[in-house]
Design a protein around this ligand. Structure first.
Ligand code: MSP
Length: 638
């Protein structure tokens, strides 16, 4: 039995989870489920990173103590992990006592190795990264290379870690462990960073108090990254009286220790963390796997950009499995991927509704009609069995290499083979014209067994639907990645007709209803919504606009196409106001529009702006906002 310890980054508590965060955790969960399914001894940890300037400031902005903010955000993380059926074995918070013990124990080892010293430190600091940058690294205007936000000059006396001493040992380690960082393209980045020279790292801070007090240095707290990285061992009990779990999962020479991270935090995991561990004389992780970013409108989704996809609406409409599947299928692990509502719906319909869902309903219906049970005579020699071997092998090989999209593609291929087989053999026709026979049973058995193998393979990704699919097929609902061999489907087991697993969604109707999947970031606490500055408000360009023409959008109950005069230009805006206003009633009226909104497409029409409206309390119908006196079109609204 192989041992696997798999971790996600621990998430900052200044933000609520968005799909960028959920992705890593879902990937870790899929790996954990996949490996457990193969019989391995798996431990899976996640958690939250609660110290540092970023959290201190976010809490202050909301008028909360940092721990109170953390508690609220942590509750949201727990709720999400439950909804998404995340099977983590532990959730560590860096504000826990057991974590502080681990950090202190690690620092004691760095100290004993002679790798800590005190010196004055000056530099450009980015609070969002919680890291110093050199002038060379900054963008013009002293902007952070990652966030594009201004860095502040900070000077303080710090405890330093002799990172420079580990430059060569790290390079030697990378050379002898070529798969330490995956994908390979990212490994090259790490190696060239280390080859370009490592400077010692300041590992204490004096300009804040929200952190773990640095042992032996009153007034200093532990640098948040040294603090956070230690979670991977403190959560196993490192530094505690009972460290048996730590020894089992971190010190086992044959064990795998895998950190999943986004590419933006690779350096911390592939350079600083191994250097701390080398200094402490502790084993290193065996793999750091870096994934790309989820983008929206070509930009990384992040709270500061305000372009996040919150998963609430997606999960409410399509269920947690659809989100899990989409995220794994759509992103090539390592590369960036773009989120779009259209891609989500397309994938849902193609792979889940028409793919697995349709295969299950069709095969079950055929079996029920012919036998009222799974087919009585098994089949072990036909093209579906032949197709299942490379599909299962391709899936396993891809999942072992974290190439989830490729693995899922292999399973879709398998389902297509079943679909083609059923279409070609026409078992319904055989049943009608010739009645039941061994030949018919074999055809149906092969179709059902092929579908069972696909459902079992998908079980780590769609943990709610796969057991249901398996039960409907008459198979063991706990079948999974360890049971992809042919012939497990029992014969003659009574079956009932299947309800659709993934009802098809009419994309056009869905968009007509215009349920927003991209939601504004909700405040961590509704009662303490953060205030915005006047500068932030001024970024929204509100202007008066005169409606020159209006026509209802065909096939839509809600949408109205408007041509508006914005003073210096004319624009087309598609507004969701048709339930209350007739086109004629709108022409000539002056409304208020958001003029600097990114254009969007609604029912195939470009909408270049947004009309402001309030909603009626009872019916929710839109009520347009109009100026109280005449103002020329294009006037700025402040
Ligand atoms: N607290 C640190 C990690 C410490 S680990 C010892 C941190 N937290 S974070 O909340 O900002 O980010 C956590 C993870 O979410 C990172 O791996 C980051 O790459 C990932 N993502 C944040 N936005 C993302 C996308 N838009 N897309 C994909 N993942 C992204 O960093």
């Amino acid at each position: 039995m192989k041992k696997l310890y798999v971790t996600t980054p621990i998430y900052y508590v200044n933000d609520l989870p968005h799909i960028g965060h959920l992705y890593t955790t879902i990937v870790a969960d899929v790996i954990a489920r996949y490996r457990r399914g193969k019989g391995d001894d798996v431990r899976f940890h996640t958690g939250t990173d609660e110290h540092g300037q970023k959290i201190e400031r976010a809490a202050a902005a909301q008028g909360l103590a940092p721990k109170a903010l953390a508690d609220r955000v942590v509750a949201r993380y727990h709720a999400w992990w439950k909804t998404l059926a995340i099977t983590h074995d532990d959730f560590i918070r860096t504000t826990e006592e057991r974590h502080a013990r681990g950090v202190i124990a690690l620092i004691a080892r760095l100290e004993a190795a002679g790798d800590l010293y005190t010196a004055r430190h000056e530099g450009w600091y980015c609070t969002a990264c919680e890291a110093y940058y050199t002038e060379k690294e900054l963008q013009p205007g002293n902007l952070c290379p990652d966030h594009g936000t201004p860095c502040a000059w900070q000077a303080e006396e710090n405890v330093f870690f002799r990172l420079s001493k580990y430059q060569q040992p790290l390079l030697d380690f990378y050379r002898s462990h070529p798969d330490f960082v995956v994908p390979a393209s990212r490994a090259h980045e790490v190696i060239s960073f280390v080859e370009s020279g490592l400077r010692d790292l300041s590992v204490s801070r004096t300009n804040l108090t929200w952190g773990i007090p640095f042992p032996g240095h009153p007034g200093h707290v532990v640098y948040v990254w040294l603090d956070a990285l230690t979670n991977y061992i403190s959560s196993l009990g490192f530094g505690s009286d009972d460290d048996s779990r730590y020894r089992r999962y971190w010190e086992d020479p044959g064990g795998e220790r895998v950190h999943l991270v986004g590419k933006d935090i690779l350096r911390f995991h592939a350079v600083y963390w191994p250097a701390f561990l080398l200094s402490a004389g502790l084993p290193l992780p065996t793999r750091v796997a870096a994934h790309g970013w989820w983008l929206r409108d070509e930009k990384k989704m992040s709270k500061s950009t305000g372009n996040v996809v919150r998963p609430d609406a997606l999960v409410a409409s399509f269920g947690p499995d659809a989100l899990r599947y989409f995220l794994l299928r759509e992103m090539v692990f390592g590369a960036d991927a773009s989120f779009s509502d259209e891609a989500f719906l397309e994938r849902y319909n193609a792979d889940l509704a028409n793919g697995l869902g349709n295969a299950v309903s069709r095969v079950v219906r055929l079996c029920v009609n012919a036998y009222g049970s799974t087919p009585p005579v098994p089949c072990d020699d036909n093209e579906i069995r032949t197709a299942s071997l490379p599909a299962a092998a391709g899936y396993a090989e891809a999942f072992d290499r974290f190439e989830f999209s490729r693995g899922l593609e292999a399973i879709s291929g398998m389902l297509k083979a079943v679909d083609g087989f059923v279409a070609a053999r026409q078992p319904w026709k055989i049943a009608r014209e010739e009645g039941t026979s061994d030949g018919l049973s074999r055809i149906l058995y092969a179709s059902a067994e092929g579908t069972r193998i696909a459902a079992a393979a998908l079980s780590p990704v769609i943990p709610h639907a796969a057991p249901r699919a398996l039960a409907l097929l008459g198979a063991d609902p706990s079948d999974g990645p360890g049971t992809l061999g042919w012939g497990r489907l029992p014969v003659g087991k009574p079956l009932s007709p299947a309800e659709p697993l993934f009802p098809r969604v009419d994309a056009r109707q869905f968009f007509e209803e215009a349920r927003p999947m991209t939601e504004p970031a909700p405040a961590a606490t509704p009662d303490a919504a953060p205030r915005i500055t006047i500068e932030e408000f001024q970024k929204v360009e509100l202007r008066t606009a005169k409606i020159l023409a209006a026509s209802p959008v065909p096939k839509s109950k809600k949408l109205m196409r408007l041509e508006v005069d914005l003073g210096s230009e004319r624009r087309q805006i598609v507004a969701g106001i048709a339930t209350r206003y007739a086109a004629e009633a709108l022409v000539g009226r002056t409304v208020i529009v958001v003029a600097n909104l990114q254009p969007a497409r609604l029912m195939g029409l470009e909408s270049d702006g947004m009309v402001l409206a309030a909603s009626l309390a009872e019916s929710g119908e839109p009520v347009i906002l109009v100026p109280e006196a005449d103002v020329p079109p294009g006037t700025r609204v402040k």
